[in-house]
Design a protein around this ligand. Structure first.
Ligand code: HEM
Length: 309
């Protein structure tokens, strides 16, 4: 998994990112033309799903509008369930009962994930038969996205890093001890499930000045250095050690180019939607993963159209 999503593979597939980004930006240009709102959560989820599917399986998610939504529900559902299973382990002798209670949910979510993967692979086979897997024509703006002058090329990178420090996607991770050990003066017997609170670590006043403040200049090292340099500072949005997120490089790369293109190509006006009218509502959903309770809905206005020569 680390090899599949590592920097070398991510670099190898930069054309896939360019094509999917092109498709994403093209849809927003159309929305501007039709004076329609964009639900950023849905659009960004579809973009990420397509890039990950094409890198991992050489196929993109179905064109059906609700497919990205289903992927999101399944990912959220399985993370939710992982959280419940962790709590079940904390029940000590009652954990067998807890496991039995959640078994039906576990089987149901595994079946739905299998069905979705099956469908994606079938579509891929059919498409490959039909068009021999030919790729869409590329626009030079997107194939050269990395060479763009965004004014300040480090701005998206700093923005993403500081956002992940304050709002980590996975605020709590778990580990099981393989042997008796001692952490911070506490004895941890073998096979104990330990919950690690990444959210608190990244807001620890002993590590960070004014930890609750959003400061762009805080994390200045390049994202290639993130693991090495920032770990010692308690910067752990991707976890740590051998089970650290293998998708960190891909996630940061996609975030940077997407934000940079969205800022360069459009002016954004936040619409009412589920938020509170004209303002982004950053209230988080109560869940094991930290995501927005109200999706951001915006009216885009083209500022620079990359499709017009
Ligand atoms: C901003 C985006 C992302 C964040 C904040 C994030 C965060 C995390 C965290 C905190 C963990 C647990 C690590 C630990 O236990 O030490 C994790 C695990 C994982 N992530 Fe991510 N992740 C992101 C994007 C991605 C992407 C794009 C992929 C794949 C395409 C991915 C694939 C995985 C996998 C496979 C694991 C399980 C690793 C294991 O258990 O060995 N992640 N992620």
């Amino acid at each position: 998994m680390t090899e599949l999503l590592g920097p070398r593979q991510v670099e190898r597939f930069h054309s896939i990112r360019g094509e999917e980004l092109q498709r994403f930006i093209q849809k927003i240009v159309e929305k501007d033309r039709e004076n329609e709102n964009v639900n950023l959560e849905k659009g960004l989820m579809k973009l990420t799903n397509n890039i990950v599917c094409r890198i991992a399986m050489s196929t993109s998610c179905s064109e059906e509008e609700d497919e990205a939504e289903r992927c999101k529900e399944l990912v959220e559902g399985s993370i939710e369930l992982t959280g419940k299973m962790v709590i079940v382990y904390l029940l000590g002798p009652l954990k067998k009962v807890g496991r039995w209670v959640f078994m039906k949910e576990l089987k149901d979510i595994s079946r739905r994930i299998d069905e979705l993967l099956e469908k994606i692979l079938k579509e891929h086979e059919e498409r490959a038969k039909k068009d021999g897997g030919s790729l869409p024509v590329r626009n030079t703006y997107f194939s050269r996205w990395h060479a763009l002058d965004y004014g300040n090329a480090h701005q998206p990178s700093k923005l993403v890093k500081e956002t992940l420090r304050l709002y980590p996607l996975g605020p709590v991770i778990s580990r099981a001890s393989r042997e008796d050990s001692k952490i911070g003066g506490f004895d941890i017997p073998k096979e104990t499930v330990v919950l690690i609170n990444l959210y608190s670590m990244m807001r620890d006043p002993e590590i960070w000045d004014n930890p609750d403040e959003f400061k762009l200049e805080r994390l200045l090292v390049s994202h290639k250095e993130t693991d090495k340099e920032n770990h010692s500072l308690g910067y752990v949005p991707f976890g740590g050690g051998r089970r650290m997120c293998p998708g960190s490089h891909l996630a940061l790369t996609i975030s940077h180019i997407t934000i940079a293109s969205m800022v360069q190509c459009f002016d954004w006006k936040v619409s009412g939607g589920d938020g509170d009218g004209g303002k982004v509502n950053i209230e988080a959903k109560s869940s094991m993963i930290m995501c927005l309770a109200h999706p951001i809905v915006c009216l885009p206005e083209v500022h620079y159209n990359p499709f017009v020569a």
